[in-house]
Every structure is written in C-alpha cells, then in structure tokens.
Design a protein around this ligand. Structure first.
Ligand code: CAA
Length: 240
C-alpha cells in the first residue's frame, strides 16, 4: 500500500504543486482546503487527487479531518503544513483580528496537524512532516509583523518537534520559500513587488514547482538523515 500524504492548502498555489509532486512520487495524496469549493472540485477533476475540506486553524477540525483521511485512504505518514494566509499592514493599521487570524491559521495549523498525525507516525516508526515557512519569517518584512512572527514560529516549531521525532523515524523539516509566482504574491502592490523582485539575485519570482521539488525530497526515504533543517528556496534573496 502506498504511503498517504496530506497537503494542507493543497488545491491551490504552492500546495497544488506539492500535491502533484507527491502524487508523482507514488504517494496517495489528500489535498486539504478551507474555502474555495469550486477550485477544489476543479483540482480533483483535473488530477484525481481527493480534496478534504477543513480549517487548519480549528483544532478539532484537524483531528476529525486527519481521521477522515485515514478512514478513506489509510494511515497518514506524511503531512505538509502549507496552508497560510496574509493579512498585511503596518502595525499602526493592523487589527488584533489580523494578527490573530494569521497566528491561528499559519502557526496554529502546524500544531493542530502535528497533534492529529504525529502519534500515528511515531507508532508506525516512519513519518515526514514538512512545514512551509517563509523568507519573511527569516528576514522579517515591512507590513508583516503577524506573518513574519507566525512563519518564524514555524521554524522554531520545526526544530523542536524534530528532536521529539528523531528516535521514532519521524523527520520534521521546513522549507522557506522566497517570493513565488502565486495569487498570494500577486496581491502585493505592483510597485512594491517590482522593488522586491529587483533584489532577487536570480532575477525572477520562483515557481511553485521549485518549492514542490524540495518538499518531495524531504518526504522521500532518501531524506531520512535530514531533520530539523530549513531549506531556503528563494533565488538568493536571503542567504541564511
Ligand atoms: N521598507 C521600507 N519602507 C517601506 C517598505 C519597505 N519594504 N514598504 C513600504 N514602505 C513605505 C512606503 O515607501 C511608504 O512610505 P512613505 O509614506 O514615506 O511614502 C510607507 O511605507 C507606506 O507604504 P504603502 O503606501 O504601501 O502603505 P500601505 O499602508 O498602503 O501598505 C503594506 C503597507 C500593506 C505593507 C504594503 O506596502 C504591502 O503590501 N507591502 C508588501 C508586503 C509584502 O511583501 N508581503 C508579502 C506577501 S507574499 C508572502 O508573504 C509570501 C511569502 O512568504 C514571501
């Protein structure tokens, strides 16, 4: 039986590319999504990958969602915590809700999904958790105290959980993408984005597939000695 992987936020953007890459490795993939039913249906129709709807910021929904995937497809061996949102704004204009929602979904989602899946991986003696951080969690970013804090938190969470998983064959790693050609980055005001791209040594935005290839490696058997690490894929924008 092939291994089962859940990709949160797995029907769009970087998550969609990750779902496809893991499927192409022979894994059985469940793509989680939170809101866009039409896009999720179109994704399933096009790829044959099952989509499962729940909010990763909701603790109980994650416990129930992972149980539903296990019931439908088998025990969950791989979790890619990719789901995330932005609520950008300078601190003076950022509401408590903007802060809280980003922490709840981006960072809380990693905790919730790990609580739902880590025990089973440990019992079976094999598991892969890959958390999608960000260059902006490493370097900070003007107008993103919420997002930068959540993503920076993901990098700490990764290193802590990696220590707990190591002796059970469960690796926990992070990828820190730079600016990738997705709807999220397209929402950055054009003049701001132009200045950002001008500072990327490779001279362009990244492609979602370039992140997915890194995730695929970290989810493979070949990566069993890689744990607690962060792979930065950012076109040289931040060498960390
Ligand atoms: N550094 C220094 N100053 C900056 C700045 C920066 N990076 N960005 C903006 N400013 C300055 C502007 O020059 C402007 O200064 P003046 O008033 O003196 O002209 C001032 O800040 C206000 O700028 P805005 O007019 O843009 O203010 P705003 O309130 O309308 O918007 C903002 C602020 C929401 C932060 C907007 O600038 C923005 O969206 N910036 C992009 C933030 C960003 O990069 N987000 C990443 C999203 S993608 C992602 O997060 C994925 C990932 O992991 C990489």
């Amino acid at each position: 039986m092939s291994r089962v992987a859940i990709v949160t936020g797995g029907t769009r953007g970087i998550g969609e590319a990750i779902s496809l890459a893991l499927r192409d490795m022979g894994y059985t993939v469940a793509a989680n999504y939170a809101g866009n039913d039409a896009k999720a249906q179109a994704f399933t129709d096009a790829t044959g990958i099952a989509a499962f709807k729940w909010d990763v910021g909701d603790h109980q929904a994650c416990l129930d969602g992972v149980a539903a995937v296990a019931e439908a497809l088998g025990p969950v061996d791989i979790v890619v915590n990719n789901a995330g949102i932005t609520r950008d704004g300078v601190l003076a204009k950022m509401s408590f809700d903007d802060w809280n929602e980003v922490m709840r979904i981006n960072l809380g989602g990693c905790f919730n999904m790990a609580k739902a899946s880590f025990g089973g991986m440990r019992e079976r003696g094999w598991g892969r958790i890959v958390n999608i951080g960000s260059i902006n969690g490493q370097a900070g970013q003007y107008g993103q105290v919420n997002y930068a804090a959540a993503k920076s938190g993901i990098h700490g969470f990764t290193k802590a959980l990696a220590q707990e998983g190591a002796k059970y064959g469960v690796t926990v790693n992070a990828i820190a993408p730079g600016y990738i050609d997705t709807d999220m980055v397209a929402a950055v005001p054009a003049p701001v984005l132009e200045k950002i791209v001008a500072k990327i040594p490779v001279g362009r935005l990244g492609q979602a597939s370039e992140i997915a290839r890194g995730v695929a490696f970290l989810c493979s058997d070949a990566a069993g000695f890689v744990t607690g690490s962060t792979l930065s894929i950012n076109g040289g924008q931040h060498m960390y």
